[in-house]
Write a protein that binds this ligand. Structure first.
Ligand SMILES: NC(=O)c1ccc[n+]([C@@H]2O[C@H](COP(=O)([O-])OP(=O)(O)OC[C@H]3O[C@@H](n4cnc5c(N)ncnc54)[C@H](O)[C@@H]3O)[C@@H](O)[C@H]2O)c1
Ligand SMILES: O=P(O)(O)OC[C@H](O)CO
Length: 333
């Protein structure tokens, strides 16, 4: 089994180390020379993990030709880079390969899910199938081998099983699933809700507020995902409530952290001026806000996040708006 992980950031490094622990022949490809050198020479990826030592056998390269002959290629780059990375590797792949998607979000212009973007940009003769390996998993914890569970979701159950077997070990338990739509929508939309969780904490609100946000946020996620064609029960699992919990409550979450800074500042102005991190919920909030409007789906939380991020609305005003909007005899979902 030969595997290549594309992306030398936090999640790429975390997953590559899992494969290394599992004695899979794995190499990280990255376009950032300092990260590649740090991995090869110091057995660290200090930009993301500080002084933590990673597996000494983990190797990395800036040569994209490494994907040649791979059985599995794992994509661990931000959603905005998925399309171009697929085009790049499709020219080099030389056999049917399982492409493992780990990115959480939608195509910025077409609103397509990541598995669709991958299928459109990897030719049939190079693609066995797309398997999304997604769920509640902060790289900062996986890299120090904390117990974690995620899901291998695919329309191709055999490939999902291969991914399950390849990545599973004593600290990483992998379930399989077939609801591609529900799973991919869940892990994307939870990032927008996590931004709101951070905003509310930054504003000084407490546990009651977070419980309210997560409960109502889960309903919005579910309502939206079901309208997109996903199954309601998927939102009760790892790629729904599971990922929502970990992202809304963890200091590791970049979406939560970004929201927290916005809440503290009162508006998103400083965030826009200073952010350099991968905060997927920002683009997702915009995409979901627009899609929900087009489809006539009620998404009050996402709409307020959109207003704070893109219309410079005051965050406290947004929270007030959510608390005082008309009460309707609402459906649960
Ligand atoms: N970090 C986590 O804990 C975690 C967990 C689950 C899922 N994810 C998802 O994984 C995806 C990647 O996130 P991350 O946390 O690793 O981001 P990151 O910011 O830590 O790292 C991104 C990496 O991708 C590289 N990159 C960007 N464009 C590239 C390109 N065209 N070719 C090659 N490399 C490129 C960057 O140089 C960087 O090394 C996101 O969609 C995120 O939601 C992250
Ligand atoms: O750091 P975040 O907010 O991108 O969250 C990382 C993962 O998606 C958590 O499952």
């Amino acid at each position: 089994m030969k595997a290549v992980v594309i992306g030398s950031g936090s999640w790429g490094t975390g997953l590559a180390q899992v494969l290394c622990d599992n004695k899979v022949d794995v190499t990280i490809y990255g376009n950032c020379e300092s990260e590649i050198n740090d991995i090869n020479e110091n057995h660290r990826n200090s930009k993301y993990f500080g002084g933590i030592q990673i597996h000494p056998d983990l190797k990395a390269t800036t040569d994209i030709n490494v994907v040649k002959g791979s059985d599995i290629v794992v994509l661990s780059v931000p959603t905005i880079a998925i399309e171009s990375v697929c085009k790049q590797i499709d020219e080099i792949l030389d056999k049917k390969t399982i492409i493992v998607n780990t990115s959480k979000g939608f195509h910025p212009e077409t609103f397509e899910r990541m598995s669709c973007v991958i299928r459109e940009n990897i030719s049939e003769e190079h693609l066995s199938s797309v398997v999304s390996l997604i769920g509640p998993s902060h790289a900062e914890e996986v890299v120090i081998r904390m117990l974690t569970t995620i899901c291998a979701v695919s329309l191709n159950e055999e490939d999902a099983k291969t991914v399950q077997e390849t990545f599973s070990n004593e600290y990483l338990r992998i379930y399989t699933g077939t609801d591609e739509i529900g799973s991919e929508v869940g892990v994307a939309v939870k990032n927008a809700i996590a931004l709101a969780s951070g905003i509310l904490s930054g504003l000084g609100y407490g546990d009651n507020t977070r419980a309210a946000l997560m409960t109502r946020g889960l309903m919005e996620m579910t309502r939206f995902g079901v309208a997109m064609g996903g199954k309601k029960e998927t939102f009760m699992g790892m790629t729904g409530i599971g990922d929502l919990i970990v992202t809304c409550t963890s200091q590791h979450s970049r979406n939560f952290q970004a929201g927290y800074e916005i809440g503290k500042a009162g508006t998103a102005k400083i965030f826009w001026e200073t952010n350099t991190k991968t905060v997927e919920g920002v683009r997702t909030a915009k995409a979901v806000h627009e899609k929900a409007r087009e489809l006539g789906i009620d998404m009050p939380i996402v709409n307020e996040i959109y207003a704070v991020l893109f219309e410079n609305k005051n965050a406290r005003e947004s929270a007030k708006q959510l608390m005082t909007r008309d009460l309707k005899p609402e459906m649960v979902f």
